[in-house]
Write a new protein. Structure first.
Length: 282
């Protein structure tokens, strides 16, 4: 029997099924009729409210004409949809995690990003993101697509009913020259512009702030009316956490980091000063 769930992996599986259906131009009721299934059941699968069995997923994908590598990727995420943590170490599963991240961000009410060494993804300019990806070994033919996806994520804080963004940024992220000085100046100026939005709380963690949990690494806390999640990333893997005790641990960490950070007003002035010094440097 399909399990009750709203885990990140179940959301990713549902998103993949919905995308495959929409690519064929089929409505939910039409697909349900063709498969001899209940439309409400399909809807719950696509929303990640319940996780279908692998046999159900195989039936849907076969009916929709999904085959080859894509078929195998979707089938692979059928297992473990009710597990407390989702660790992705393969590139296909990391792509599925990105899909889940986009789903969670679209439904978010508050996003807290703790980023000690790089500008938070939701606040990056295209040139800054391009410099990271190019230097980081992303294949040249994938760079522009990935940049488009990253910039598209901004919609969650720029739309009519935006999510609240709490960005806790390390001083090192502001001073590390990524790309070229002019790229960094533009990036810092953009941070200043975004900090003026009423739904953006941008705070800097100066070198003088002492120890705080951000020094353990970046993390993303996404809260919504549904299941809150935490995302952690390394160079070779991605990890989603959704168990209440795990989420609470990172909520507390974010509160500790916020207390160590400068005020929004002082942070904006600090960023502007760094941009000014960087622009004036030979």
């Amino acid at each position: 029997m399909a399990s009750n769930t709203r885990t990140p992996k179940a959301r990713a599986l549902g998103s993949a099924l919905r995308e495959a259906r929409e690519e064929q131009g089929l409505g939910l009721r039409q697909l349900a009729s063709e498969l001899g299934k209940n439309a409400g059941q399909l809807s719950r699968w696509e929303n990640g409210e319940r996780a279908p069995r692998p046999t159900d997923v195989a039936q849907i994908l076969t009916h929709l004409g999904v085959n080859g590598e894509r078929y195998e990727e979707i089938i692979a995420i059928c297992s473990g949809t009710d597990e407390p943590r989702w660790l992705a170490v393969t590139l296909p599963e990391q792509r599925q995690q990105l899909g889940a991240l986009l789903e969670f961000e679209r439904a978010a009410t508050t996003i807290t990003e703790v980023s000690p060494l790089l500008i938070p993804g939701l606040l990056q300019t295209s040139d800054y993101a391009r410099a990271i990806m190019s230097a980081g070994g992303v294949p040249a033919n994938d760079v522009e697509t990935r940049i488009a996806v990253r910039l598209g994520r901004r919609d969650v804080i720029l739309r009519r009913d935006p999510a609240q963004l709490v960005a806790l940024v390390g001083e090192a992220a502001l001073r590390q020259v990524i790309g070229a000085p002019e790229v960094m100046v533009e990036q810092l100026e953009y941070l200043g512009e975004m900090a003026e939005l009423t739904n953006v709380d941008l705070r800097v963690l100066p070198f003088s702030s002492g120890w705080h949990p951000a020094l353990e690494g970046l993390f993303l806390l996404i809260e919504s009316e549904q299941t809150p999640v935490v995302q952690l990333e390394s160079r070779r893997s991605g990890l989603f956490l959704h168990e209440p005790e795990d989420v609470q641990t990172y909520r507390e960490a974010a509160d500790t980091v916020r207390q160590a950070a400068m005020s929004p007003e002082d942070s904006s002035a600090f960023i502007a000063e760094i941009a000014k010094d960087m622009e004036a440097a030979p």
